[in-house]
Ligand binder design. Structure first.
Ligand code: SF4
Ligand code: SF4
Length: 445
C-alpha cells in the first residue's frame, strides 16, 4: 500500500526584511529621567531647593528661607506644585508615575538589585548548592536594601528636619527623641516597601491613580494597542508586551486600565518583536485612544495642548507662576513692623519731653548677620529709646520690643503730629517707612 500525502503544499511565506532599529526606546529615556529625578530628590533638602524645617517652622524654596508667616509665597508655591501635578494628570496621564515617582523609581531599582544579586551568586558560587546560592543572593539583596533604606530615609527625613541635626541623631543611633524615632520608622517603612510592596503600592494604596481616573478626558495621553481586525491583524500573540508589564496587565484588553502607569515598556517590547519581522509595533503613546497621528503636528499639539481646557490649564499655571515670582520679588530680607501702642496716649517725662509708645518688630530672614538703623522724620529732636541703634540681628533672630519715642513739646499748637519712622538694614537696598502719629498734650493758652 502506497502512502499518499494528503497535506497540501505549504504556501510560500514572504518575510519582509527587518526594519531599522526603533528610534525611540522609551525605557532608555525613562532610565535617564530616573537618574535626573534621583539626583534632584537627593540634592533638594541639602541645597535648600525645597525643604520644610518643622522644628524651626521655616520653608525653603529655591534656596530662599521663608518664614511660616510669609503666607503669600508659601500659598503660591504650594498651589503651583499642586496645579503642575493636576495639569500633568489631565494632559499627560500617569507619565509622572512611571517617569518621576520615587516609589516607581526605587521599586524598579530594588528589582534590578535583586536580579543582580542572583546573577552574582550564580557566577561566584558556581560549585555551591542551589539553596546556598539562594541564601547568599538573599543576604546580599537585603544587605544592600538595608543600607539604601537608611540613606533614602535619611534624605526623606531631611526634607523636614535640618540635615546636620539629623546626621548627628543618626550617628548617635538616637531612637529616643521624636527626630530619631521618625528616622528609624521611615527607615523600616522604606525597607519593607522596597523589599516587599514595590509596585503593588501603585495599584492598591496610591490615590494618584484614582485621581488620575477622574481627571483624564478624551485627549489625555494614553498607551494604546492599535491593530487591524481578522485577517488584517498583525499581532503574533507572542505576549512579550504582557511579560514585560510590571503592573501585570495586558494592554491589548483596553487602553483605559487603571493599573497602567504609561511606562511604555510594552511599546518597546512590541516594537522589538515586530521589527524583526519587518513590521512596526502595534502599541503607541496616543492622545486619547485615537490612532497615532500620521502627519507631524504643531508643537503645542505634540505637547498635549489640544483644546481650550488645556489652554486654560496653561493660563492658570502661568498665573500661579507669576504670583510666586511677584511674591518672591516683593519679599523683604529683613521684616520691619512698626505700630503705635495706644495703651497710653502719651507720657510727660521729667525733663518736659513727651513720650509715645511704639511697638517694634525686626526679624532677620537672611542667612547672615544684619544691622538695622532706625530714625524719625517729621518730628524735630525726636529719638527712639533703643538700647543700641543700629540693632544687630543674627540670622533668623527676631527683635520684638515696645519702646518710647521721645520728642520735645512743640510750639505749633498741634496735639497730633504726622511723622515717619524709617528702618534701613544693610541687607536691603531701600528703607522701610511707617507713617504714624505722635500725640502730645494741647498747650493751654
Ligand atoms: S501596559 Fe504597558 S505602559 Fe501600561 S504599565 Fe504595562 S508595560 Fe507599562
Ligand atoms: S508584543 Fe506585540 S505582537 Fe506580541 S502579543 Fe504584544 S501586541 Fe502582539
Amino acid at each position: 500500500m502506497s502512502i499518499q500525502s494528503s497535506a497540501a503544499p505549504k504556501p510560500k511565506v514572504e518575510r519582509l526584511p527587518p526594519l531599522p532599529p526603533q528610534e525611540t526606546v522609551y525605557r532608555r529615556i525613562r532610565k535617564r529621567v530616573h537618574v535626573a529625578c534621583v539626583l534632584a530628590f537627593v540634592a533638594a533638602p541639602f541645597s535648600n531647593l525645597m525643604r520644610f524645617d518643622v522644628p524651626r517652622q521655616r520653608f525653603y524654596f529655591a534656596g530662599v528661607e521663608l518664614w511660616i508667616s510669609e503666607f503669600a509665597i508659601i500659598f503660591f508655591a504650594i498651589m503651583l506644585l499642586m496645579f503642575i501635578i493636576a495639569a500633568s494628570a489631565i494632559i499627560h496621564g500617569r507619565i509622572y508615575c512611571s517617569y518621576a515617582c520615587p516609589q516607581m523609581i526605587f521599586s524598579e531599582w530594588s528589582q534590578s538589585v535583586e536580579a543582580w544579586a542572583k546573577r552574582m551568586a550564580l557566577k561566584v558560587l558556581k560549585t555551591a548548592s542551589p539553596s546556598f546560592r539562594k541564601a547568599a543572593a538573599a543576604a546580599v539583596f537585603y544587605g544592600v536594601l538595608l543600607l539604601a533604606s537608611v540613606f533614602l530615609a535619611f534624605v526623606f527625613t531631611a526634607y523636614f528636619i535640618e540635615p546636620r541635626d539629623l546626621l548627628g541623631r543618626l550617628l548617635r543611633l538616637d531612637v529616643a527623641t521624636v527626630g530619631g524615632i521618625t528616622g528609624a520608622t521611615v527607615t523600616l517603612i522604606t525597607f519593607l516597601d522596597f523589599t516587599i510592596v514595590r509596585q503593588k503600592f501603585c495599584t492598591t494604596v496610591c490615590p494618584y491613580g484614582y485621581i488620575q481616573g477622574m481627571l483624564q478626558d478624551q485627549h489625555t495621553l494614553l498607551v494604546s494597542y492599535q491593530d487591524g481586525k481578522g485577517e488584517n491583524r498583525d499581532c503574533i500573540d507572542c505576549k512579550k508586551c504582557v511579560r514585560v508589564c510590571e503592573m501585570g496587565i495586558d494592554i491589548r484588553d483596553s487602553a483605559f486600565q487603571i493599573e497602567c502607569v504609561h511606562c511604555g515598556d510594552c511599546i518597546d517590547a512590541c516594537e522589538d518583536i515586530l521589527r524583526k519581522v519587518g513590521k512596526p509595533g502595534l502599541i503607541h503613546y496616543t492622545w486619547g485612544d485615537q490612532p497615532k497621528a500620521v502627519v507631524r503636528e504643531p508643537w503645542y499639539m505634540r505637547w498635549g495642548f489640544r483644546d481650550a481646557k488645556r489652554v486654560g490649564v496653561l493660563l492658570i499655571l502661568a498665573f500661579y507662576l507669576t504670583g510666586l515670582a511677584l511674591a518672591l520679588s516683593l519679599r523683604r530680607p529683613v521684616l520691619v513692623e512698626i505700630n503705635p501702642d495706644r495703651s497710653i496716649m502719651f507720657r510727660v517725662l521729667e525733663d518736659g519731653r513727651i513720650a509715645n509708645l511704639i511697638r517694634l518688630k525686626l526679624a532677620n530672614r537672611t542667612g547672615k548677620p544684619v544691622q538695622v538703623r532706625l530714625w524719625v522724620e517729621g518730628l524735630p529732636g525726636a529719638d527712639l529709646a533703643l538700647p543700641v541703634n543700629p540693632v544687630a540681628l543674627q540670622p533668623g533672630e527676631t527683635f520684638e520690643r515696645t519702646v518710647e519715642l521721645r520728642a520735645p513739646m512743640g510750639d505749633d499748637g498741634q496735639d497730633v503730629h504726622h511723622i515717619r519712622i524709617l528702618a534701613q538694614s544693610n541687607a536691603a537696598r531701600s528703607s522701610d517707612a511707617e507713617e504714624l502719629t505722635f500725640i502730645t498734650p494741647l498747650k493751654r493758652k
